[in-house]
Design a protein around this ligand. Structure first.
Ligand code: 2AM
Length: 171
C-alpha cells in the first residue's frame, strides 16, 4: 500500500530560489530537507489501498483549478514539532479552492482524511533548534502551474518522495 499525499511540487526555478533561502539561514541546526524533497502538502492521504490508487489518479484529472502566484514570504518555527517552515503571508484564493477540490476527490475515492485545518507550509528543516530570531527579506515567488500526487517511501536515512503523477492547472 503506497503512502501518498497531494502536493505543490516546485519547478526548477522555485527550487533554486528555495536553496538560496536555505543557504542564507544562519547557523541552521537540525535536519535540512533535501532540496529535491522540498514541497507543500495539499492533503496527506496516508496508506492508500492499491485498488484505490488508479481511481484516485484518474479522479484527480477531473480537478479544474486555476494557476496562481504563491509568494512565500514568511519563515517560522514550530518549536514543539521542531519544524522550520516557509509560508505565504496571504493565502491565494486559488490555493484554498484547489485544496478543497483535492479533499473532495480524495473523499469521493473512499480515502479518509484527518480533517485538520489546512496550514500551507513548506518544511525547510526538521528537528530544528533555533533562537527566536527573525529572518527578513527572504522570499520566494512561485508561479504554480500544476500539482502532484506524490508517494513517500521511508528509508533509514529519511523519507524519499517520488511524483507519481502531475496535473496541470488552468491558465
Ligand atoms: P510536514 O512537512 O509538516 O511534516 C509527507 O509526509 C508530507 O505530508 C509532509 O509534507 C508532511 O508535512 C505532510 N503530512 C501532513 N500530515 C501528515 C501526517 N499525519 N503524517 C505524515 N506527514 C504528514
Amino acid at each position: 500500500m503506497p503512502r501518498l499525499f497531494f502536493a505543490l511540487w516546485p519547478d526548477d526555478d522555485t527550487r533554486k530560489q528555495l536553496q538560496l533561502v536555505m543557504q542564507s539561514i544562519p547557523r541552521l541546526r537540525g535536519k535540512a530537507v533535501q532540496p529535491e524533497n522540498l514541497h507543500i502538502t495539499l492533503a496527506f492521504l496516508g496508506q492508500v489501498n492499491d485498488e484505490m490508487v488508479d481511481g484516485l489518479e484518474v479522479a484527480a484529472m477531473q480537478i479544474k483549478a486555476r494557476r496562481f502566484e504563491l509568494k512565500l514570504d514568511t519563515i517560522g518555527w514550530w518549536r514543539k514539532a521542531g519544524i522550520l517552515w516557509m509560508a505565504p503571508a496571504v493565502i491565494p484564493e486559488e490555493l484554498d479552492l484547489l485544496v478543497a477540490r483535492v479533499n473532495e476527490v480524495s473523499k469521493e475515492c473512499g480515502i479518509a482524511l484527518d480533517g485538520r485545518p489546512f496550514k500551507p507550509h513548506l518544511t525547510l528543516a526538521r528537528k530544528a533548534v533555533l533562537a527566536n530570531h527573525q529572518i527578513q527579506n527572504l522570499s520566494v515567488n512561485w508561479q504554480v502551474k500544476d500539482f502532484a500526487l506524490v508517494q513517500s517511501i521511508t528509508h533509514h536515512s529519511g523519507a524519499q518522495y517520488s511524483v507519481r503523477r502531475s496535473y496541470s492547472l488552468l491558465s
